[in-house]
Ligand binder design. Structure first.
Ligand SMILES: Nc1ncnc2c1ncn2[C@@H]1O[C@H](COP(=O)(O)OP(=O)(O)OP(=O)(O)O)[C@@H](O)[C@H]1O
Length: 341
């Protein structure tokens, strides 16, 4: 569906040349929700803008559905863009137009006649859950509703690809979740391929099937979301995964416990798929002469299945603790003995 091959983007600045995207290769499959995560300046926006020709690569090619976007210009590019639409962090709505008129705008540009436009706008308003708000102006809507208008407008010309540029970053957590659920719904109902960029792992966990991690213009890690949660390889990926699995207060609790109990061990267990349903802690307590304190536990759902993490503190005689750790390692769970940072 989308093939990015050896893509580089070098900007000329006053201080010389700056490589924003550095030799990126990616393949995104039809119907997939693909997330690109990275900190500010990693090159995410530049990369996603090359997918619809808002930027062109300095070298390499971007192929979307058989069209080399990086080679086409003018009317041909405008036509291709109708099938590769985009939503934005700050919505980019037309403030002097109503909801209906905003959604209708791309249809007017595409030369669709009035009757068909009206019908399509009705369908889109229904699809994004804005019934009764068609006559409102953007200034009369909440952030979540504005993004729903952005999504409806982006879907007007029946695109094959939807690009999301930090589409939920300006929204509160609850509204973020409702917009993410809408994107999953659209992906399933319309079979739309979605490429999103974000700096929040929560967004990736909630809706993406696969993820690429970007750092300094390069893709440093790539994989299925669940696999990346289970076994992040790069340091930067581990930090992103911790955003979801180890909130700040957990770290503080653990540091406190490491100080408090010099004997025993603090262990982080990670569970994926069927392991989330096993009574591992019961078996652990029954099989070994140890005490177990549960510090924090969480199960998170991803699009590919469940992922759980559990922090425990075990204490008892050293020999029993060693046997207990061996037992955990032989079960289908990830085991990490935590030490001071
Ligand atoms: N037109 C431009 N001219 C010069 N440098 C640019 C230009 N556009 C982007 N850059 C630089 O390229 C780097 C990558 O920018 P980009 O916006 O792609 O990163 P990002 O990961 O999307 O970060 P953010 O979330 O902050 O936008 C940054 O250092 C930025 O300053």
């Amino acid at each position: 569906m989308i093939t990015i091959s050896n893509v580089k983007k070098i900007f000329k600045t006053k201080d010389g040349k700056f490589t924003a995207v550095d030799d990126v290769n990616l393949q995104i499959t039809e119907g997939e929700i693909f997330g690109v995560i990275g900190y500010s300046g990693a090159g995410k926006s530049t990369l996603i803008r090359m997918l619809n020709g808002l930027e062109s690569p300095t070298s390499g090619t971007v192929d979307v559905n058989g069209k080399i976007i990086s080679n086409i210009r003018g009317a041909e590019l405008r036509k291709a863009r109708q099938k590769i639409s985009m939503i934005f962090q700050h919505f980019n709505l037309l403030w002097s137009r109503t909801v209906r008129e905003n959604i209708s705008f791309p249809l007017e540009i595409a030369g669709v006649d009035k009757k068909k436009r009206e019908k399509k706008v009705d369908e889109l308003i229904e699809l994004v859950g804005l019934n009764g708000r068609g006559g409102s102006y953007p200034s009369q809507l909440s952030g979540g509703q504005k993004q729903r208008v952005g999504i409806a407008r982006a879907l007007a010309n029946d695109p094959q690809v939807l690009l999301c540029d930090e589409a939920t970053s300006a929204l509160d957590p609850q509204t973020t979740d409702s917009i993410l659920e809408l994107l999953v719904d659209i992906n399933k109902r319309l079979g739309l391929t979605i490429v999103l960029i974000t700096h929040e792992m929560h967004v990736i966990r909630k809706i993406c099937h696969r993820i690429a991690v970007m750092e300094d213009g390069r893709v440093v890690e790539l994989g299925d979301v669940l696999e990346v949660f289970k076994q992040p390889k790069e340091q930067i990926t581990k930090r992103f995964v911790q955003q979801v699995t180890e909130p700040e207060e957990t770290r503080e609790t653990i540091e406190h416990l490491l100080d408090e109990y010099e004997d025993g061990k603090v262990i982080k267990l990670t569970f994926v798929g069927e392991a989330t349903e096993q009574p591992i802690i019961t078996n652990l307590i029954r099989s070994f002469d140890i005490n177990v304190n549960i510090l924090q536990g969480k199960i998170s759902q991803t699009q590919n299945g469940a992922y759980g993490s559990l922090f425990i503190h075990v204490h008892g005689v050293q020999e029993e603790i060693t046997k207990a750790v061996d037992f955990l390692e032989s079960a289908k769970v990830g085991v990490e003995v935590i030490t001071h940072d």
